[in-house]
Write a protein that binds this ligand. Structure first.
Ligand SMILES: [Zn+2]
Length: 264
């Protein structure tokens, strides 16, 4: 029953998105877990992920985050797709990485560092495993992965004061540099929620920051308010395709409103 309601709601959102037409701009896709079998909306099945990749490659080009940003606002940018993975789960390494490696597809990992250090994943009750530094090193060595930052503890930045935000950022960056030798230049807000205080800090430290879904990315887009498209378990393949075609906005707008978030 719950599933039927969700499907009906998705159909409504997509109809609204279709009415507003195809959005310009590169699609930055948000993935979290792949093939984890936990049934959370923030995961996709391995089979769906495989079909997503096939579709993206057949209908456009999977490009690195840097390239999508550099070429935003140019013809055909709405058929450039950026794969991003948030938090850093071991199932991403187990189930997504072999497919990405085999097809030589670039992707971005926005890593939350505390789980890698403690071995306790961000999932409720600590289910699932976080990535290890060895797995991260292996993916980095391929040259396919852009390693971005996603704070140390994944706290909502809007709830933190300046000193606490600076600490989240510096602990995360120090760990990533120490363990991988990479200095991250891209950042993703935890939960996709923007914060004005964090914004001032991020502009000093990084080159871009991404949020949840919203306005399409154009040549004029503020690089510290880049929107992405969440990919969910209930999307399956049909809704995934439509999301990519329209650039989907309505569904995630509602999710954010329900969470009482009214930022960009
Ligand atoms: Zn996250």
């Amino acid at each position: 029953m719950k599933r039927a309601i969700r499907t009906a709601a998705k159909s409504g959102f997509l109809a609204a998105d279709l009415l507003s037409g195809r959005m310009p701009g590169p699609r930055l896709l948000i993935y979290h877990q792949v093939g984890a079998g936990m049934g959370r909306q923030m995961e996709v099945t391995e089979e769906d992920f495989r079909r997503h990749l096939d579709w993206l490659v057949a209908h456009g080009e999977v490009v690195s985050l840097d390239r999508a940003i550099a070429e935003r606002g140019t013809p055909g940018d709405d058929r450039r797709y950026v794969l991003t993975f948030d938090d850093g789960y071991a199932d991403m390494y187990d189930n997504a990485w072999p497919l990405l490696r085999a097809q030589r597809l670039p992707f971005t990992l926005y890593l939350t560092t505390e789980p890698v250090e403690t071995g306790v994943a961000l999932t409720p009750g600590g289910q699932a495993e976080p990535l290890t530094w060895a797995q991260i090193d292996e993916m980095l060595a391929s040259g396919l992965m852009t390693l971005g930052a996603h704070t140390h503890r994944h706290r909502e930045l809007g709830d933190l004061d300046l000193a606490a935000i600076e600490e989240e950022i510096s602990v995360s960056n120090d760990l990533i540099e120490e363990r991988t030798g990479v200095t991250p230049i891209h950042f993703a807000y935890p939960w996709g929620y923007w914060s004005p205080v964090a914004d001032t800090v991020l502009r000093r430290v990084y080159e871009t920051a991404t949020l949840g879904s919203g306005a399409p990315i154009s040549a004029d887009t503020d690089l510290f308010k880049l929107n992405r498209v969440p990919v969910q378990l209930s999307d399956g393949f049909v809704f995934f395709r439509r999301k990519m075609n329209t650039g989907l906005m309505i569904e995630d707008k509602l999710r954010r409103r329900l969470a009482k978030y009214d930022g960009p």
